[in-house]
Design a protein around this ligand. Structure first.
Ligand code: FEO
Length: 168
């Protein structure tokens, strides 16, 4: 059985994961508006990733006798100055999410909730990948610049990203 405080924290994380999906959907719309269809594809796949993260928490709560309580989702930003600005924002956002997951692990330890600590291990590993993939695009964008053939090539590369559902 989850403690009240752990239940509340996990519900907040569902909200944060869905907010992440909403933010990346907004970024997909921005990328599409500046004709970077491959960038928009990368963001759309990221939306699916975030929704799958939310679902993991959504399924875990009742498994442990907890209750899911959904909260309103904040509105995301809608404009960025450049493709580089948008991907810097992705990287910063993923660092923020890593901090939230670390906070959940800390709370699980304080609550002596070892099942939740074990459940969160998947997210700790996932955040390493999430940060690495965002940071990689930031670095490539710095090399490519915000226009020209480098950007065109990168758009093609990001257009090839596909969604792989995480293991249950
Ligand atoms: Fe759900 Fe991108 O972390």
């Amino acid at each position: 059985m989850l403690s009240e405080i752990m239940q509340e924290a996990l519900n907040i994380q569902i909200n944060k994961e869905i907010y992440s999906a909403y933010l990346y959907l907004s970024m997909a719309a921005y990328c599409d508006s500046i004709n970077l269809k491959g960038f928009a594809n990368w963001m759309t796949i990221q939306v699916q990733e975030e929704l799958s993260h939310a679902h993991k928490f959504f399924n875990y709560l009742p498994e442990r006798g907890g209750k899911v309580t959904l909260q309103p989702i904040d509105g995301p930003e809608t404009e960025w100055d450049s493709p580089l600005a948008v991907f810097k924002h992705v990287y910063e956002h993923e660092q923020l999410v890593t901090g939230l997951i670390n906070g959940l692990v800390k709370l699980a330890r304080e609550e002596e909730d070892y099942a939740t600590e074990s459940f969160l291990k998947w997210f700790i590993d996932e955040q390493v990948e999430e940060e690495a993939s965002a940071s990689e695009v930031v670095e490539k964008l710095k090399l490519a610049g915000d226009q020209g053939s480098g950007l065109f090539m990168l758009d093609r590369e990001l257009g090839a990203r596909v969604f792989t559902p995480p293991a249950a």
